[in-house]
Design a binder for this molecule. Structure first.
Ligand SMILES: Cc1cc2nc3c(=O)[nH]c(=O)nc-3n(C[C@H](O)[C@H](O)[C@H](O)COP(=O)(O)OP(=O)(O)OC[C@H]3O[C@@H](n4cnc5c(N)ncnc54)[C@H](O)[C@@H]3O)c2cc1C
Length: 476
């Protein structure tokens, strides 16, 4: 037995890669594998952006490995069977991978590790997806943090002591001969349709986004809240699938922040939020299905036919609140949703429609290209006020004020809700307040071209305050 097998999952790149680095440091040739798991693929709709992103990123990774004399082995099946079988076929001494902290991945990896150990093959799982693994940043008395600000302080202190450094990778002459067959199946062979095309996938696309963002990073803290502006990096999907290294991003941001960039400091904080939610889910896996604050599990959310119809209208971007609708249509059309609008749309579902945050969370999980269980759950629980360090329940976003403040000219609304494009910058935020003649002049027939509001915000706000307050009474 000789050599190693690197199992790629959420780390689809060939540079600065912990598992690849450690496999190369061991003796013998290095093989690379990716496993398509039918249990995950089969239930998906045939047009699925994430499958497409993964497929194109795998093709790019395979090309990088082939250029260095290797190539990707692609298997289809349950990884719990596929990885030990392949490791035995190849005769490797060890399997290296990067740790995934989601509950289902932890269970799967434990089963793979068990099977490998039984076969006398080593199993090594490395920290790569985050800078510090759950458990590496703890409170003074050794407990997981549940409040963000002290977590960030402790995280930054640890970063200062142990700066994020890239793992050097030299593939020259070290990869096992490429697999005979063309490794990566086409999208059609996988049984899926094209949605976006290959341009946005892989490390090269991530590099283009990063290069563009580095021109703007110093203004991030000012521009990040305005969805019509290119204020954020758009790197979330690349962090999700590891087509860019988080160590590289954190090192860049920390250097710029140390040089005095407030924008870089603010961006680094967002990367720390990602780590905060990752460790939160790992330490408290129950949040995947229930409120972090147990008392809020007793909230009585709206249900029944009317709630179902309102939920459908929210999903479709037809609530009658232009910014909410623009956000939901951005999500549906592109698979991306600006952070401000994730908060605005989520808040509207929970606090204006009174619908259980878990229904919205599940919808985002289906639609988001960058869907990440920890961040999505964390974002929803923050907005719904059920999370550990959440928005207080009595702070309720006004969808109109958010619109006036963060899309002041209505540019974002116009790009996703064209039926309101004729309204002027001031009127576009609340068309139901306009006179019929003004609407007519802009070519809008309210209730026909564009819906009247599903609810009155002031009334809905009051109901939400009562809903949360009654839960507090129950808890007291
Ligand atoms: C309800 C809700 C659901 C969300 N669901 C997801 C999700 O499924 N996947 C996801 O990656 N992010 C999620 N977020 C966080 C955030 O909205 C996105 O990470 C961000 O909009 C991605 O755009 P960007 O890459 O341009 O971010 P930037 O502003 O450029 O931020 C850089 C990176 O920091 C991380 N980040 C930024 N904000 C947050 C945050 N609030 N929480 C955790 N990480 C953050 C992301 O990895 C992001 O790519 C959610 C937020 C909310 C409120």
């Amino acid at each position: 037995m000789t050599g190693s097998l690197v199992w790629f999952r959420r780390d689809l790149r060939s540079y600065d890669h912990a598992a690849l680095h450690h496999a190369l440091a061991a003796r013998g040739r290095v093989h690379a594998v990716f496993v398509f798991d039918p249990a995950l693929l089969d239930p998906l709709p045939r047009a699925d952006r994430r499958v497409e992103f993964i497929r194109h990123s795998l093709a790019a990774l395979d090309a990088e490995l082939r250029a260095a004399g290797g190539g990707l082995i692609v298997r289809h099946g349950n990884p719990v069977d596929e990885i030990p079988t392949l490791a035995r076929e190849l005769g490797v001494t060890a399997v290296h991978t990067n740790t995934d902290y989601e509950p289902s991945a932890i269970a799967r990896d434990a089963a793979v590790a068990h099977a490998l150990t039984d076969a006398g093959i080593g199993w090594h799982s490395w920290v790569d997806q985050v800078i510090f693994a759950p458990g590496q940043v703890l409170t003074g008395d050794g407990r997981p943090f549940t409040v963000f600000t002290p977590f960030r302080t402790a995280w930054l202190r640890r970063l200062a002591a142990e700066p994020a450094r890239p793992y050097p990778i030299d593939l020259t002459g070290r990869l096992a001969a490429p697999p005979a067959q063309a490794a990566v199946p086409s999208l059609a062979e996988l049984g899926f349709e094209t949605v976006d095309g290959p341009d946005g996938a892989g490390t090269s696309a991530a590099r283009r986004l990063l290069a563009d963002f580095l021109y703007r990073i110093d203004d991030y803290h000012e521009a990040r809240d305005f969805p019509a502006q290119p204020g954020t990096s758009r790197l979330s999907v690349h962090l999700r699938f590891g087509t860019i290294s988080v160590r590289e991003l954190v090192a860049l941001a920390a250097d710029r922040a140390a040089a005095g960039s407030t924008g870089a400091e603010s961006w680094l904080s967002e990367l720390v939020w990602r780590e905060f939610y990752s460790q939160l889910l790992a330490h408290h896996p129950r949040v995947a299905t229930e409120a972090f604050q147990p008392g809020y599990s007793r909230i009585e959310w709206a249900f029944g036919e009317q709630a179902d119809l309102q939920f459908e209208a929210w999903c479709a971007g037809r609530t009658g609140y232009p910014l909410v609708d623009a956000g939901m249509r951005q999500l549906n059309r592109t698979g991306y949703l600006h952070n401000r609008l994730r908060m605005v749309t989520a808040s509207f579902l929970v606090k204006d429609l009174g619908i259980d945050w878990r229904r919205g969370e599940a919808y985002f999980a289906r639609q988001l290209l960058d869907f990440d269980l920890a961040s999505n759950n964390g974002g929803w629980q923050w907005t719904a006020s059920t999370g550990c360090d959440a928005q207080p329940y009595f702070r309720i976003f006004s969808p109109v004020r958010q619109s006036q403040r963060f899309d002041p000219t209505g540019a974002f609304i116009r790009s996703f809700v064209p039926e309101l494009a004729g309204l002027d910058d001031r009127s576009i935020h609340a068309p139901w307040l306009l006179r019929t003649s003004v609407l007519a002049a802009a070519g809008v027939r309210l209730g026909q071209d564009y819906p009247t509001p599903l609810v009155d915000h002031a009334t809905a706000r009051q109901l939400t305050l009562e809903r949360f307050a009654s839960t507090r009474t129950l808890r007291a």
